[in-house]
Design a protein around this ligand. Structure first.
Ligand code: ANZ
Ligand code: ZN
Length: 859
């Protein structure tokens, strides 16, 4: 007998690192670069993190979800690729350099070290050998190589485009970085400027990117819809309007419309502020010039334009209508975007709300042309609301009487016959501008030569690495004012030339990392067999904030790589799951200060007081965790205090993973108690159980065995369907069932406890190993075991409830096992106390049995 005292509690602090080492030592999560075909492959990937400095609860949720999938699929017999890396370029590192004088590389790699250690503490089943950071020259050098391939394939272009220019920071701003017309950092009024920039020709793939959405049957509908809207296919026409009098050699204006049927409802023509006709009209007209300058100061984002008040100015120019020959005024309007269609529209106020608002504001005519179904043409009038639905055309010359659809076709036919327009498909998607005037990004590998023009850096000279000695004290791009870096000889003619100083948008880095993970150390960007063996990613998991750009750019890259013959798959992500956010209550004092959770005392009713002052604070629930509200919870501190399994269990338990969840102290401590409870359940029984493999006696402890197998079945279904909170709930119920089960059959109890250890293993992998090692000392790791299969016979309903009647009156019910013979059923029914009383000693004349339903005694 072993008299060593058992510890009274599960000591996660020593157990978790111990199991992590055991997994490492046995290389449980390692897979070959080329799947060997012995088992089906499964590639699980979570969106890789930006190394901001610390992991946050959003990471914990994301990586826990991925780890559950990875561990479960591994147990189901798949060869699972589950890598991790760092999306490591980007502006924050440069800001840190400017603000704190720390070099972006040092800052980034320090953050990576911290975050890697934190992630490792979570016990994720990652293959760390595949780790890379996108700022490693060994990654971005290959990206430069791919860029040369794209260039060769005609998928890259250098062209002029309008950008938001911050005149103080000397940098291009993304639309999101323009706030109320000002640079988000400098606060300076933003200018629109034309710059030569590098573009990936994503628009060439627009039709495929749209139509292939249909093949993504394991993507959320919502994400597919967002992508479809972003790509934005619309059918319509281009219509050319002749100017009554040409200006600055411009004789006509072309508009794009999706409603050529409404041409007879035209009231005005409007162009964007950046349109050449606007510039021509501004010549010698300070009022127009001032208006254009004002519109340019507004952000270019559609949202900004949508919100801004509709404003315009009459240029005094007029255009001739292609059908009526009448003339209409040409306006410059702030709601017309230069980047969409042709940068010009014809305004039909009766059929378009924006046009109507505009027409009403400036007193322009509103001729109605579409008659809604059931309306009387003599009575129908447009008030404050445009009629944008289908109807019958009227006041429309040769289109009169046609439906909207027929009218569109007839108008296009007529325009084409006159040579004044044609039917086209227009796409909202723009080419992807990837030039950034920044240091901390992947250098674009081209050289500008006076004589030769743009010359790609020869592949053997890659990688073009970033210089280390850079000066962040001046505004603008440090690569630009570096004394030597950009001065290089032209690779073609040898003359003095200049390196491109733009670096790539960091979305480029994240557009192919999932492919690089399949052969992260290779000397070429990709290795065919590895990429083809593992791709597409079977399950991609990340935040909805990446529903559009990151996923679209990755899809484009993959299609382009496919088109160039690098890989076989055209789509990167076969399955996509978007997780909800982690929220936390926030606390605010009456004088408006935010308090951190540890600065308040929360009462049982949810009310809270400031620990320092004792005064009541305002609690608001379901706030996104944010530094500004001081309601973030540090995962590191949680792991210190409760262990990784508790954090994982709680984060999985609260809500379905695609919904937002609220982090609460009560929730996490409840999860912690549950880990202790499971540990006690097993440690208390381990010594008294029969040896492993003991067969439960036939019929004995049937309800416990049924609970075991039904739980196996339910947890399996829940894990298959991403209902991880349901899996957690079933295991809670199972723990109750085990605790309440009669103690008679040790083998059934062992079976139940072993099932607990194995069923929790995707969610609480450390505790699973700990329990398993108590139940089966020396029997190896749960991480290497196959998933449990439920025994069908034990998951089926195996008893029936029968109503028992005496002379047709219900007197009780009995429960019998399926397949019980009739004599036993009658005997059991007759023995019921209530039934005995109703029979009252009278002889039974007839016994009736309706199988599965009723037993009736006639006395
Ligand atoms: C005339 C018209 C009449 C229009 C009507 C609509 C309703 P989607 O579907 O998004 O492609 N438009 C075209 N180019 C524009 C630009 N650069 N900036 C702002 N608006 C522009 O939208 C196409 C419609 O948006 C076009 O059809 C045009 O207005 C407007 F009863 O033309 B429509
Ligand atoms: Zn040259």
């Amino acid at each position: 007998m072993n008299d060593a005292p058992m510890p009274a509690r599960y000591d996660f602090a020593t157990a978790e690192p111990r199991w992590q080492q055991a997994w490492d030592a046995q290389e449980c999560f390692k897979v070959p670069d080329v799947p060997d075909g012995s088992r089906p492959k499964y590639y699980v990937l979570e969106m890789f993190p930006y190394p901001s400095g610390k992991i946050h609860m959003g990471h914990v949720r994301n990586y826990t979800l991925g780890d559950v999938v990875a561990r479960y699929k591994r147990a189901r017999g798949h060869q699972v690729l589950h890598p991790m890396g760092w999306d490591a370029f980007g502006l924050p590192a440069e800001n840190a350099a400017r603000e704190r004088g720390v070099h972006p590389a040092a800052w980034t790699y320090q953050n990576i070290a911290t975050m890697r250690a934190e992630l490792k503490r979570m016990g994720l089943s990652l293959e760390w050998d595949r780790e890379f950071a996108t700022c490693d020259p060994s990654y971005y050098g290959h990206q430069q190589k791919l860029f040369l391939d794209f260039l060769q394939a005609g998928l890259v272009e250098r062209k002029e485009s309008w950008v938001n220019w911050d005149p103080v920071d000397h940098t291009v701003l993304a639309n999101e970085q323009v706030i109320d017309g000002r640079g988000w950092r400098s606060g300076a009024p933003v200018e629109k400027k034309k710059l030569s920039q590098w573009f990936f020709s994503i628009t060439k793939y627009a039709p495929e990117l749209l139509s292939a959405l249909e093949t993504l049957d394991r993507w959320p509908e919502r994400v597919k819809l967002m992508q479809a809207n972003w790509i934005g296919r619309s059918e319509g026409a281009r219509v050319r309007f002749a100017l009554e009098r040409p200006v600055a050699e411009i004789g006509e204006v072309e508009v794009f419309t999706t409603r050529p049927d409404t041409l007879f409802g035209m009231s005005f023509l409007a162009v964007a502020a950046e349109h050449p006709l606007a510039a021509a009209a501004a010549e010698g007209n300070p009022e127009i010039a001032a208006f254009i300058a004002e519109v340019r100061a507004l952000g270019t984002s559609e949202a900004a334009i949508e919100q801004a008040e509709k404003r315009g100015i009459d240029t005094g120019l007029r255009v001739r209508h292609p059908f009526t020959g009448e003339t209409h005024p040409v306006w410059i309007a702030n709601f017309v975007l230069m980047e969409y269609g042709t940068g010009a529209i014809f305004g039909c106020p009766s059929g378009d709300q924006r046009d109507l608002d505009f027409a009403r504001k400036y007193g322009l005519p509103v001729p109605p042309v579409i008659l809604p179904p059931g309306e009387d043409p003599s009575a129908f009038a447009i008030g404050r609301t445009a009629y944008t639905d289908d109807g019958v055309l009227y006041n429309s010359g040769f289109l009169d009487g046609l439906s909207t659809e027929a009218g569109k076709r007839a108008a296009i036919d007529a325009l084409e016959a006159k040579g004044q327009g044609k039917g086209i498909v227009n796409w909202r998607l723009r080419d992807w501008g990837v030039s950034r005037q920044r240091y901390w990004g992947c250098p674009i590998p081209v050289i500008h030569c006076e004589a030769c023009g743009v010359v790609p850096v020869p592949a053997e000279q890659l990688p073009v690495t970033l210089p280390e000695d850079v000066d962040f004290s001046k505004p603008g791009n440090p690569l630009d004012h570096h004394p030597g870096w950009k001065n290089v000889p032209c690779p073609r003619c040898g003359a003095a030339a200049r390196r491109e100083t733009d670096t790539f948008d960091t979305f480029v880095d994240s557009s192919w990392y999932f492919a690089r993970f399949t052969a992260p150390k290779a000397g070429t960007p990709l290795v065919r067999e590895a990429a083809n063996g593992w791709l597409p990613v079977d399950q991609y998991i990340g935040g909805i904030e990446h529903a559009i750009l990151h996923l679209l750019y990755s899809r484009f890259f993959t299609r382009a790589l496919h088109g160039m013959g690098h890989i076989d798959t055209p789509e990167p992500f076969a399955g996509l799951f978007t997780q909800g956010m982690v929220q936390h209550a926030s606390y605010r004092t009456q004088d408006g200060r935010w308090l951190a959770p540890d600065e308040v005392e929360v009462a049982a009713d949810g009310g809270a007081t400031d620990k320092a002052t004792g005064l009541a604070v305002t609690v608001s629930r379901n706030d996104k965790m944010s530094k500004s509200k001081r309601n973030t919870i540090d995962p590191g501190a949680i792991i210190d205090h409760y262990g990784a399994d508790t954090a994982r269990w709680f984060i999985l338990s609260d809500n379905p993973p695609d919904r937002d969840m609220e982090w609460t102290e009560a929730g996490v401590s409840g999860a912690s108690r549950f880990t202790q409870r499971l540990w006690r359940l097993v440690s208390g029984a381990a010594d008294s159980l029969p040896p492993p493999g003991a067969v439960p006696a036939e019929g004995a402890a049937r309800s416990l065995r049924r609970a075991t197998h039904r739980t196996i079945q339910a947890v399996t279904e829940a894990l298959e369907s991403f209902s991880f909170n349901v899996a957690v709930a079933r295991i809670h119920e199972f723990a109750n069932a085990i605790e309440q089960a009669a103690a008679e059959d040790g083998a059934a109890r062992r079976e139940a406890l072993e099932a607990v250890a194995r069923l929790i293993s995707p969610m609480m992998p450390h505790l699973a190993e700990e329990l398993w090692s108590m139940l089966r000392p020396g029997a190896g790791l749960v991480a290497t075991l196959p998933w449990l299969e439920a025994e069908e016979a034990l998951t089926r309903a195996d008893s029936l409830t029968l109503a028992v009647q005496v002379l047709g009156k219900l007197r009780g019910t009995i429960e019998v096992p399926v397949g019980t013979d009739e004599a036993t059923i009658f005997a059991q029914a007759e023995a019921e106390e209530n039934v005995q009383r109703a029979i009252a000693g009278r002889p039974i004349r007839k016994r009736i049995h309706v199988p599965g339903r009723i037993v009736n005694f006639v006395v």
